[in-house]
Design a protein around this ligand. Structure first.
Ligand code: GDP
Length: 198
């Protein structure tokens, strides 16, 4: 998919105030610092569409971007500071769970995880939560350039094993990406394009 236009539309923490247009939307979420802003900028080919860490003004909001006038890319707040022993409702902010449970336009969530790390408890908790709510999602492994190809495969295989141990029947659809090298860009965009054509 060629990205012709990428336009910021609105930020808010109230799902009922998200855009009303019935366009398909894809939401990106993950632990703070996982590389979400970098990935969004890499996918859209815009250097500063999403604010990367360190830049001021990074807020805990639902950010809607309209892409090519025909779908929304949604940048959700990073999670990971809350204690994981709490219930999902408390661990993930209410408006995030409201979003996933009530946003009719949502077609697919992308859960970002750092490819270098073992499966983190809070990510597994979020993935299991999406499973319980039957929200379609993919996993995006980030920062692949930081380890060798061989290690990437090992880490993905270990993640799969962990999910199967958690009760998943199969590894969800997943992508290996590097924002600094552009890895996975075509694959993720082709996936979105394919779903939008259905
Ligand atoms: P966010 O908090 O999830 O939005 O994360 P950022 O996109 O701000 O990235 C956090 C840090 O990781 C920054 O220092 C980025 O430069 C770095 N980073 C993000 N993606 C990549 C990547 O694909 N490769 C490498 N080497 N560094 C990355």
């Amino acid at each position: 998919m060629k990205i012709n236009t990428a336009e910021f539309i609105i930020s808010n923490s109230d799902v009922s105030k998200c855009p009303k247009e019935p366009l398909p939307e894809y939401a990106f979420i993950g632990r703070s610092n996982v590389g979400k802003s970098s990935l969004i900028n890499m996918l859209t080919g815009r250097n500063s569409l999403a604010k990367t860490s360190g830049k001021p003004g990074k807020t805990q909001l639902i950010n809607h971007f309209k892409i090519n006038e025909n779908w929304f890319l949604v940048d959700l707040p990073g999670y990971g500071y809350a204690r994981v022993s709490k219930s999902t409702k408390e661990t993930f902010q209410q408006f995030i769970t409201d979003y996933f449970e009530n946003r009719e336009q949502l077609v697919c969530g992308f859960v970002l995880v750092d490819i270098r790390l073992e499966a983190q408890k809070i990510d597994l908790e979020f993935i299991n939560y999406l499973g319980e709510k039957e929200v379609p999602f993919c996993i995006i492994f980030t920062k692949a350039d930081k380890i060798s190809k061989g290690k990437q495969q090992q880490h993905v295989a270990a993640y799969r094993k962990k999910l199967l141990a958690e009760g998943w029947e199969e590894m969800p659809q997943h992508f290996v990406t590097s924002s600094s090298e552009g890895t996975g860009r075509e694959e993720v965009l082709a996936f979105i394009d394919g779903v939008n054509q259905d």
